[in-house]
Design a protein around this ligand. Structure first.
Ligand code: ADP
Ligand code: ASP
Ligand code: MG
Length: 403
């Protein structure tokens, strides 16, 4: 007997037929004697639809009420899946976050699961019942409903697996595993059989939405092995686990991309000590995350240009803060919203020299200009013009033999 957490994403529960299909997967697992906890997302598109409706009421819709609204999507699928199992003759029950409860800390829309009461869940499992838990939601210590960030059902599944000491945590989705790049956009992308937590964390933080990054982080912290697999095929998925078990013959494991960033350049800033601090301090106080930074060498020793990237959603606020700051003197601020961040990720990069140069050469062969660069031990990211995204990813697949 094995205790399993099975998480089903939005597409997997996107229609009534699919919910019935998922119920049959659970039935099969349950019939072999396993204890099953299913974590479900809202039907695909539902959360976006609810956000849109909230904006029709107000662009500044209350964050508390938004969490109440958004959590309804997962409530619907939990009840439907439970009902589908009951129809198949299986004892099943769904609980809302506040009934369990699943306790969270932190702000609305971006809370974090800190604990969960397990007595009634374990009791129901012992009575041979299938437990259905809605992903993405929790309850704060004040008793308010919270949500834990977009794609957060993955994080719920991992937290539930940890707190209930499950033997496995399987992420069922609409692709049959983690690929070197998004297989829906890059047909040459190749499936990865196994990948380390560190690499998966980089890939998901840099845009591979197949796993939510905070879920990977929790799995890594508590060493909870994950498997990403397809709801719609029996093919073997991708195992995500501790890197000791991985072989590093390849320098690059995957190529992630995101179009969430914007590049900001401050032209003609004074070139003297303390200027960078004066620029980035007010941004940090305003919770604006600065990612890459480049400072040009000043030719006249008086002024220089500083380029950095922030999330696109933060560009207006960034410009406003810089304009209002009395401490910063500059000639002009220019921004570019039409950029993409392309990142190569691989634990093998640590031991393979020349990866950086090969990436730059590959992009230059395609006539792609690099606008900013950042590196860490196992990743290398560049900012390029957004129109070149697919061309760059394809070229990097060829260069690093990922096809
Ligand atoms: P779910 O609703 O099941 O949580 P998501 O839409 O969040 O599913 O994640 C699955 C999607 O992630 C896939 O349909 C695919 O388009 C996308 N994706 C992005 N990068 C990758 C990658 N490297 N490997 C696999 N899928 C990826
Ligand atoms: N429904 C939520 C979202 O769309 C959570 C999830 O699907 O994981 O972000
Ligand atoms: Mg997801």
């Amino acid at each position: 007997m094995v205790k399993k957490v099975l998480k089903f994403g939005g597409t997997s529960v996107g229609t009534v037929e699919r919910i019935s299909y998922v119920a049959n997967i659970i039935k099969k697992e349950h019939s072999t004697g396993n204890k099953i906890i299913a974590v479900v997302s809202a039907m695909s598109g539902k959360t976006n639809e609810l956000i849109k409706i909230s904006k029709e009421i107000s662009e500044e819709f209350s964050k508390r009420e938004l969490d109440v609204l958004l959590s309804s999507g997962e409530q619907v699928t939990s009840a439907l899946l439970s009902g589908a199992l009951i129809k198949l003759g299986i004892k099943a029950k769904s609980w809302m976050n506040w009934q369990i409860p699943i306790l969270t800390d932190g702000e609305h829309s971006n809370a974090r699961i800190i604990n969960m009461h397990i007595d009634k869940i374990n009791k129901f499992l012992d009575e041979d019942g299938v437990v259905i838990i809605p992903g993405f939601q929790g309850i704060s210590k004040n008793g308010d409903i919270t949500t834990i960030g977009r794609g957060g059902s993955d994080a719920t599944a991992v937290a539930v697996a940890k707190i209930l000491s499950a033997d496995t945590c399987e992420i069922y989705t609409d692709v049959d595993g983690v690929y070197s790049s998004d297989p829906n956009k890059i047909p040459v992308a190749k499936k990865i059989d196994k990948i380390s937590y560190d690499e998966m964390l980089e890939l998901s933080s840099l845009g591979a939405k197949v796993m939510q990054s905070s879920a990977v982080q929790t799995a890594m912290m508590y060493d909870i092995p994950l498997e990403v697999k397809s709801t719609f095929s029996e093919r073997k998925g991708t195992k995500i686990f501790n890197q000791d078990n991985i072989d590093y013959t390849k320098s690059v494991t995957g190529v992630a991309y995101s179009k969430d960033d914007a590049k900001v350049t401050i032209i003609g800033v004074e070139d003297r000590p303390g200027v960078a601090a004066n620029i980035f301090e007010p941004l940090s106080k305003a919770q604006i995350n600065v990612d890459m930074v480049i400072q040009n060498i000043s030719s006249d020793h008086k002024t220089t240009d500083i380029t950095f990237t922030v999330k696109r959603d933060d560009v207006l606020k960034t410009k406003q803060i810089l304009k209002e700051s009395a401490k910063i003197k500059y000639r002009e601020i220019v921004e570019n919203n039409k950029v993409a961040k392309i990142s190569i990720v691989g634990a093998g990069m640590v031991s393979t020299p020349g990866v950086t140069y090969r990436m730059f050469r590959a992009l230059s062969d395609e006539n792609i200009n690099i606008l900013a660069i950042s590196t860490s031990e196992i990743k290398l990211s560049v900012i390029i013009e957004e129109d070149n995204t697919l061309k760059a990813i394809k070229k990097l697949h060829t260069t690093f033999e990922l096809e």
